[in-house]
Design a protein. Structure first.
Length: 173
């Protein structure tokens, strides 16, 4: 069982990874892609029920881990990661394309073969005693999403109307 877990939550799929296994090197599959491209690629993989099939390939899973670990490392708001906290949810959700900007957004999506562009965000991290305890993980996931709900509401217009977060915002979990 990993010592840390990053739960990648896309539009339709959830994949759990251990970001501590990433050695910090650039994954060959990600060369030439900037941070936004990597998030768009990860979002594409976790959308429309592709996640499990993509993650079944060890090379793709390694790329997913690299993207997640790099995003996590770039965030300042995850104090104590790996000691005080060991579980965090990262959402990767469809971005709204403003009227008149579709060509620019489509070009960014096309760069990685995606249908959409995506926004990534970390929820509030937590400490889970046993990362193998699915009930505890689900409870923490729900709590993290509830704490992120005000931020999602604030950013509502940034997310595509087709994004799963719009339902979450309306229903309030």
């Amino acid at each position: 069982m990993p010592a840390t877990m990053l739960r990648l939550m896309g539009e339709s799929d959830i994949i759990d990874i251990d970001p501590s296994v990433h050695d910090g090197s650039v994954h060959p599959r990600l060369m030439g892609l900037d941070a936004d491209d990597r998030i768009n690629l990860l979002g594409h993989w976790l959308d429309q029920d592709r996640g499990d099939d993509v993650a079944a390939d060890p090379d793709n899973l390694s790329a997913m881990i690299a993207i997640g670990a790099e995003f996590l490392a770039a965030q300042d708001g995850v104090g104590g990661w790996g000691s005080d906290v060991n579980f965090v949810v990262m959402t990767i959700l469809r971005e709204k394309w403003p009227v008149g900007s579709k060509a620019k957004f489509q070009a960014r999506a096309d760069h990685v073969g995606a249908d959409h562009t995506y926004l990534a965000a970390l929820c509030s991290p937590a400490r889970i005693e046993d990362l193998a305890d699915e009930a505890a993980l689900k409870q923490s996931e729900t709590a993290q999403l509830m704490m992120a709900l005000p931020r999602f509401r604030q950013m509502r217009k940034s997310f595509a109307n087709s994004s799963a977060v719009q339902t979450l915002i309306r229903q309030g979990l």
